[in-house]
Structures are given as structure tokens and as C-alpha cells.
Design a protein around this ligand. Sequence first.
Ligand code: NI
Length: 254
Amino acid sequence: MKLIDTHAHLYMEQFDDMPEIIQRCKDEGVERVYLPNVDTKSIDVLDQLAASDPSMFYPMMGLHPCSVTADYLDDLATIKDSLKANDYVGVGEIGIDMYWDKTLVKEQVNAYHIQIGWAKEMKLPIIIHSRDSLDMTIAGIKEYQDGTLTGIFHCFNGTVEQAQEIIDLGFYLGIGGVVTFKNAGVDKVVAQLPLESLVLETDAPYLSPVPHRGKRNESAYISIIAEKIAELKQVSMAEVAKVTYDNSIKIFHS
Ligand code: NI
């Protein structure tokens, strides 16, 4: 069985046992891990990890909405230089976060729109963070979609109706550990969504699936998420693995 983790921050300092992490990925059939960037300080460590094993790691570049500060235009300039200078497979993660801090929402929205523009210009998929901002982030895509944009609404936790809007826009839904949480409600929504619109993600080190909830997440746990989706959709785990693998390859063209 071949699996893909479309979203993990494995370059962060809590991952100091990389050979074991990669071995556990291989044991579980996790063949590829896509690495979204966070801010200007994470660029070097992300690039180093990606270069250490190019068949396993696929780097992406962007400014995370929680890292948008008063100096965000300078940070965007740095990130754009990096995006142009290296081979990244996507723009991310980008988006709007209305959960942690709403004081710079205007700046967050502007950073989001600027980075959507880069994705169009460079023909790259985008990875969208939409915590408490799903309708706003969907509206942003509607504004720019001309048939060339695609990507993933990462850590999707909206309604079936919002999922349908995203699918109609030519985008995919990233499903992670929250699907294993009791009472989160994501499980009931995922049960009603087509596999053809889903991709798997961990968001490691965050959001570990049950039974690892509250501890460090890692990409090997993608198999737990695939198993849970198989149970919800009443299909085999092999089917979930195959369809989500193909979806990921389609999105990233690689
Ligand atoms: Ni993330």
C-alpha cells in the first residue's frame, strides 16, 4: 500500500530522530511527505530537510497566516525570492486564521491574495489554512479562479455544503487526525464526501490522531487516518490509499 502525507512540518525542532521517522514512514507505506513552509525563519531548515531525501520530501513555500506581522510585506518579499530561486511544488501554507488573533485580518487577507497571485503566475497548487475562516478563504479562491488554480483546503472541518463549494472550485479537502476525534463532527462530514476529492495529511507535529492524541504527530500516522476514512466510507483501506495517492499526484503534478 502506498500512502502520501500532503502536509507535515517535519523540519521543526521536535523532530530530532529523522532516520527513525523515515523508517516508520516506510514501514507504513508512506512514500512521500509534502512540507509546507511557515515563515522566513523556517526556510533554511525546510530546504535542508527536503535536500536530505528528495524522493521522500517535497517542499512548498509560503507565509502562514499566523506569521503575518506588521512587517509582512518584507517577509513576503523574502519568501517570493526563495520561491523563485528553488524548486518548490506548491505555495503554502497560506490563508486566514480567525482563531488565534484577529488584529491583523486585513493584512492576512492581503498576504493570502498576493500569494494566490504567485500560484497563478507560477502554475503551482496552493495549500490553504482556513481556521475559523472557511467562507473567507473560499471567497478568495472564487475571486481568482479562472480554471487554472487548484490546491488543498488543509485540515478541512466545514460542512458538506462548504465541501461541495470547494469541490466545485476544483479544490481538494485535506483530512487529518481530527477525523479520529470523538465529537469533532469531521467524521460525519467525511462519510458523505467523495474519496475523489480527499487527500490525507498529518499536520505533524500537531493534531495527532487517536490513540496518539495530545502527543507529537508524525507522518507514519497517515495509515491511521486512511484506516478511519475506510471505516467511515465503508471501503477498503487499499481503496482509500489508491484514490488519495492519485489525487495528490494530480494536484502536485509530481
Ligand atoms: Ni500546517
